[in-house]
Design a protein around this ligand. Sequence first.
Ligand SMILES: [Zn+2]
Length: 533
Amino acid sequence: MAWSLLVKNGWVIDGSGAPRVQADVAVEGDRIAAVGPGLTGEATRTIDATGRIVAPGFIDAHSHSDLFYFGCPSSESKVRQGVTTEVVGMCSFSPAPIAPGRAQAVRDWAGGIGASVDFQWETFGQYLDALRSLRPSINVVHFVGHGALRLAAIGPENRPVTPDDMRAMTRLLDEAMDAGAYGYSTGLVYAPSAYSVTQELVELARSISRRGGLYFSHVRGESAMVEDSIREAIRIGEDGDVGVQVAHVKVGGRENWGKIDSVLRLLDDARARGVDVSGDVYPYHAGSTKMDNLLPSWVHDGGLAKLLERLADRPTRRKIVEECLVDGERWRTASQGAIGFDEILIATCRRHELEGLTLAALARQSGKTPAEAMMDLLLTERATVGMVSFSQRLENVAKVLAHPAIMIGSDSIGLSEGVGPKHGKPHPRMYGTFPRVLGEYAREQKLFSLETAVNKMTGMPAQRLRMKDRGLLRPGLAADITVFDPATVKDEATFGDPHRYPVGITHVIVNGVVVVDDGTFSAAGTGRVLTPV
Ligand SMILES: [Zn+2]
């Protein structure tokens, strides 16, 4: 019998962290058939990987492609990085469940992220079916967002939960788990997730504990209150008896940068006493989110219409400025810390001519104060503005990357370069996260071995997700494979010129099908919506 594919003469890094060995990898259908030196069987197709690394396909432990599969099922900017599986439904956002009569609130919420989707579903199961019918190129691991649960059960209001609300949310979470969710996620700086108290989150965790559900946490504050916020995430894991993932571990605001060591120590201490906690990171010192996140969470109370009303109201604007403006020149929020207006870039908005400008430049251009310019921008763009903000320290990024419990999560969206003009200045992590870890951090800076780098993007996230059939190159496992040149692999995307694919990643195989072939991408509908086993 002939194998469907044979990858010959490469160096196999199997994803476990073990040293590379020279070996061939045989694929039969969607499974790895054999791994070993000098395999001699017949194969329909042979790829010569001489001098290159053959690794498991990368798993992006933290991604926001979910709403974007509907416009870009190819997830091209991810697959061309070697990513074969994405974890989505992060930071409290997921496109389901949607309660009858509450679709507009979810639409406003999704619009804020920049997605326009015609919601054809209500339950999480119906949504996953819609996702399956898109035939994405990449495998999808889905969490359900706490914000979606709260919107469906309560709406966008800032209020504590009643016992009835709690029953409604646990029922919706249970339904999502039945349909194939891996757990739930929070974004405790984003409304309405931000309106919760710890106990609400512990109860949700408890409700999925016995079925092995996981809690992925964008914590309550990543600046002044970062330590208490990490403690809260750990407590939810301990009291709720679930595994915890701290999303995009970082410290925002230069006055807080020194706290990174105690943040990592909190993870170490919890792990030492047996808490199942780990984290992820992206290899950049800038973050990216919706610009309306520069407003305090009370401004979002009640949803988009209320938000715009408040932004149009002079006395409310004054109140926002009094709360956030520091020393007349920096802007302070729970997630960014105090940041200069020249450190905040407009990444995406409807008026493309503004993309790439800093808020300081926008203010100069318009003759307004930066705070007024920012609030006017949010008002006229109906809060649909993406930003890139330089609130972190580069040295901290390396420190977090090197931590043994930290894996790679791009916190980004799969995009397609397509044809025609490319709009926006999105964060380069959309195109460069994984090759940047391999090229810049493993090869150039020698922060860790290539084997460790690969483990952080394969075996480690698979273990985190309790995924038994991906993340390693072993016979019987799914044939997700990435082939790259260790001497040349490199990210090309920059903040000024982000729409650039990486170099050095020659072949990407998803479920046995070659999607990137000698550097050429062809969307093939090869991905699957994965469910916990
Ligand atoms: Zn997040």
